[in-house]
Ligand binder design. Structure first.
Ligand code: HEM
Length: 205
C-alpha cells in the first residue's frame, strides 16, 4: 500500500471504530442503571474473578456476553447495513429483485421482530443465554463478506471497559439522565436522545 492508502485505512478504522463502540458503551451504562437487577447479576458474575482479572477470562463470562449482545440488539448503533447492489436476479421473501437494484437491510426492524426476540422492547439479556442467534438474525455488525471488520475488537473492548468500571466503582445515573431514553439519528449512527451522565457513588471494593 502507498502511504496515502495506509493513512486512509488507519483513519477508516479510527472513524468507524470510535463513535460506534463509545455509543454502544453509553447504552450499556444506560440499560444497566435502568435495570438494577441486571446490573447486580452482572456484578455478581464479575466479582467471581480474581483481582486483577485475566482479560480473556472476562471476555468469556456468559452473562457479560449476553448483556453486551442485548445492548447491541435493542438499540443497534447502526440502524442500517451498508447498501448491497443486486448483481443477478433474485427473489427474496416473495419479492423479485433485478440487477442494479439496491438493497438496504434495516437492522433495527429485524431486532424488533417478536418472533425472534419475544417482548422485543424489553431489555432482557437472558434471551441470549437461552439460545444462539444466526448471522441472519443478529445483525448489529452486519453480515456477509462486508461484515464489520472491527466486531471482535468492539465486543472485547466493551467487555473489558464494563468489567473494569463496574468492578471498580458504584455509579448512579444523574437525575436528568434517569429516565426513558430513545435512539435518535446522529448521521449514520443512532445515539441516545438524552445524554447519559453517571455519578460515582463510591469505590466498589
Ligand atoms: C459496537 C461497535 C460497532 C458497531 C455496532 C459496528 C457496526 C458496523 C456495521 C453495521 C457495519 C456494516 C456491515 C455490513 O453492511 O454488513 C460496519 C462496517 C465496518 N466497521 Fe464497524 N462497528 C463497530 C465497531 C467497529 C470498530 C471497532 C472498527 C475498527 C476498528 C470498525 C470498522 C468497520 C469497517 C472498516 C467497516 C466497513 C467494512 C467493509 O465495508 O468491508 N467497526 N460496522
Amino acid at each position: 500500500m502507498s502511504d496515502d492508502e495506509l493513512r486512509d485505512e488507519l483513519l477508516t478504522l479510527l472513524f468507524a471504530g470510535h463513535e460506534t463502540t463509545a455509543t454502544a458503551l453509553t447504552w450499556a451504562f444506560h440499560w444497566l442503571h435502568r435495570t438494577p437487577a441486571v446490573r447486580d447479576r452482572l456484578l455478581e458474575e464479575l466479582l467471581t474473578l480474581p483481582e486483577p482479572a485475566d482479560p480473556d477470562a472476562i471476555a468469556r463470562l456468559p452473562y457479560l456476553s449476553a448483556v453486551v449482545n442485548e445492548v447491541l440488539r435493542i438499540y443497534p448503533v447502526a440502524m442500517l447495513m451498508f447498501p448491497r447492489r443486486v448483481e443477478a436476479a433474485v427473489t427474496l421473501g416473495g419479492y423479485a429483485f433485478h440487477p442494479g437494484d439496491v438493497l438496504l437491510v434495516c437492522i433495527q426492524a429485524l431486532h424488533e421482530r417478536a418472533d425472534l426476540y419475544p417482548e422485543p422492547l424489553r431489555f432482557n439479556p437472558d434471551r441470549f443465554l437461552g439460545r444462539s442467534y444466526g448471522s441472519h438474525e443478529f445483525l448489529s455488525f452486519g453480515a456477509g463478506s462486508r461484515r464489520c471488520i472491527g466486531a471482535a475488537l468492539a465486543v472485547y473492548e466493551m467487555k473489558l471497559i464494563l468489567a473494569s468500571l463496574l468492578r471498580g466503582f458504584q455509579f448512579r445515573l444523574t437525575p436528568a439522565s434517569d429516565r426513558p431514553n430513545h435512539p435518535r439519528r446522529r448521521g449514520f449512527t443512532l445515539g441516545p436522545t438524552v445524554p447519559v451522565c453517571l455519578q460515582v457513588v463510591s469505590a466498589q471494593r
